[in-house]
Each structure stands twice: as structure tokens, then as C-alpha cells.
Write a protein that binds this ligand. Sequence first.
Ligand SMILES: NC(=O)c1ccc[n+]([C@@H]2O[C@H](COP(=O)([O-])OP(=O)(O)OC[C@H]3O[C@@H](n4cnc5c(N)ncnc54)[C@H](OP(=O)(O)O)[C@@H]3O)[C@@H](O)[C@H]2O)c1
Length: 359
Amino acid sequence: MRAVVLKDFGRPLEIEDVPDPILGTGEVIVDVAAAPVLSYADEVFSGARRYLLPTPVVPGCGAIGRVREVGPDATRLKPGDWVFCDPTVRSRDDALMPDIVLQGWSARGEGGQKLQGYHRDGPFAERVRVPTENAVPIGDIDPADAGLWCAVNTLLIAYGGLLAMELRAGENLLVSGATGNFGSAATLTALAMGARCVVAPGRNEAVLADLDRRFGRRVAPVVLTGDAARDGEAMRAAAPGAIDAVLDFLPPSVGASVARTAIMAVRPYGRAVLMGGVGMLGGEDLALPYPWIMRNLVTVRGQWMYPREAVAGMVGLVRAGLLSLSHFAVTEFALDDVNDAVAHAAANAGPFRLTVLKP
Ligand SMILES: NC(=O)c1ccc[n+]([C@@H]2O[C@H](COP(=O)([O-])OP(=O)(O)OC[C@H]3O[C@@H](n4cnc5c(N)ncnc54)[C@H](OP(=O)(O)O)[C@@H]3O)[C@@H](O)[C@H]2O)c1
């Protein structure tokens, strides 16, 4: 089959004929129809992000495709089914704390790297082999929409945070980083789940205006000034009532105090879920005050990716017409043009934009 190969970090991607993946028990081979090219793929492939990804490798992170072949233990999946290839591969030998690898993308820790030794190649290829549970049916789609369905790759991550906080219909949510790629996806998803209002702080006034245009009075944009006291007050004042929960999606470049100000806008008994990268490049710790958490009975938790059942929930939101994928503008590239696709994705990062490879 034809596949994109990353021979070494810092080298352009190459398109080659490589051996077809071989099916084993507990696995599925999928014909890839479309695979998203993430906006920071250039930083992964240059080595700047220092992702744990052994080369040479067929990269990629998530895909939409059709089942080609199933292993002997698949009881429902069958050839021809449209599926989302979930890149979140979990080890099966520890139910309590499975190791996780993002197939074709990165690994974490010793166990993740061991798992990656086998579930290594991703979907920038005509075919990909995934664990059976990672080929999740999405129902019939128009093949022309395969690229658009790649939006679920981003939306699912946002949904993972909203599930973790147990967001309920009618609640007010604050998304810290709402003008970013995942923050905007969280805003769209929370509204689809029935949030009363999403408080959307940001500095980029063009994106804030775009959120306002898309979602109207259910989004409350707040222009950040950098003054923690003023910003905290403005976020609380923007919500039509108390802020029930906060989802943080700020990247590592942002100082901890920006995250802290947004998190501390939550009401007593409220919840905060941390999904961004604050502190991952060093710098000040988040340092939420112990007495504030205790006296206000606040729940703070972290979330990486999303649970397996999230895919069915996300497909349900789309199928019910609650979440429209048409918010996303998709640009598609052929496998041969993968390097152009990576450059395009970097130059067109931002809310509701999607670059897709069609093998
Ligand atoms: N937990 C997980 O499973 C998971 C999965 C994927 C990604 N992530 C993480 O999510 C994070 C966000 O990624 P992304 O692609 O959404 O990033 P992004 O598109 O670059 O968005 C960055 C956001 O941060 C805001 N921001 C930047 N500097 C700021 C400052 N000084 N003050 C206030 N706001 C500031 C931006 O707002 P303005 O532009 O308006 O300033 C924007 O809303 C990353 O750390 C990524 O690693 C987590």
C-alpha cells in the first residue's frame, strides 16, 4: 500500500510503497478515507515538540474510514462499516490504569512506549490496523463527507472534558482558551449538550466576534486585559448567573495566573477540569489556594483525551442534529501532497478549520 513515512525528525515526509498491515486477533484493518492533519503536525515532524515517536513511522492521529477486514473475535463490526479510528490506544492488561499511546503520534511513559512498539503506525496511509475497540462505528455517511467527519477528532477531546465535569443541560460553563482550537470545539460541544451559556474569555477580538456571530446570546465573550482582578470580575459578570464549571484549554505558553484567574471564577460547589498545557514548559505552578478549594467544596480534576464510550455520544450529538459539523471549513489534500497539507495546517490553525489528507 502507499503510505506517508517520517524517516527522521526534521526531514520532509516521503510517500512510499510499504507492506500492507497484517491482521491479528483483536484487530481490524481499515481503508482510510480521510485523516486529519493537526495544526501543529509540523512541530511534531520537525522534532520541536519532542514527541515520543520512533522513526521511521507512518504518522497520523485519528481517521475516518471503512472496515476492510475484521479479526475472529469481532462480533458486530463487518467489512464496509464506516468507522472513526480512535487514536487513543489503551493497554488491555491493567483495567485500573491502562497505559495510553496515541497511535501514529506520541506515547507517554515506559508502558506507553512499549505499547507503541506494536501499535505504532498511524493513518497517513491507504490502510491502517487498529485494535478492534478503536474502530468505532459512526453509521453510514456520504463518502464525500469523510473529511468533514474528521472534525470529531477535535470535538471528542473537548467532549472528554465536558464528560469529566459531568456538564448538565442548563448550566453555565466558562471555557478558558475559548478562542483556541480545542476551546472553540468545547464551546460548540457544550452548547450542543445544552449548556445555558458559555463564557468565552480571550484576547483575539476577531475570534470572539466570530463566536458571537455563530452562537449569539448563548456565548458571552470577554475581552481579557491581563489584569487578573479585572478579568476575573468580567468573567463572573458575563455569565447569566453563577459559573457552574470551568474547562481549561490554555497552552503551555500561558502563565499559570491566567489559568488560575479563570478557574477561580467558578462558583462554590463548582467543578474545574484541566486539559491544557499550563506548566508543561516549566514556569510558575498553578497553585490554587488550598483554603479556596476546601471552603468552597470545589472539585478540580485533570483529563487526557476521552473515554471509549465518548465516540458513541459524539456521533449521537451529530446524528441528532444538536451539533453541526458544518461549522468546520475543510481543506483536503491527496497523499502525494502531504508536505503541502502539513504547511497548510500550520498556516491555517485556529477555530473551526480542518486540514485533511485523503489517501
Ligand atoms: N488534555 C488533552 O487531552 C489534550 C488534547 C489535545 C490538546 N491538548 C492541549 O490543549 C492546549 C490548547 O491547544 P489548542 O490547539 O487549542 O491551542 P490554541 O489553538 O493555540 O489556543 C490557545 C488559546 O490560548 C489563549 N491564550 C494564549 N495566550 C494567552 C494569554 N497570554 N492570555 C490569555 N489567553 C491566552 C488563546 O487566546 P487568544 O488567541 O484569544 O489570545 C487561545 O484561546 C494545548 O496545551 C494542547 O496540548 C490537550
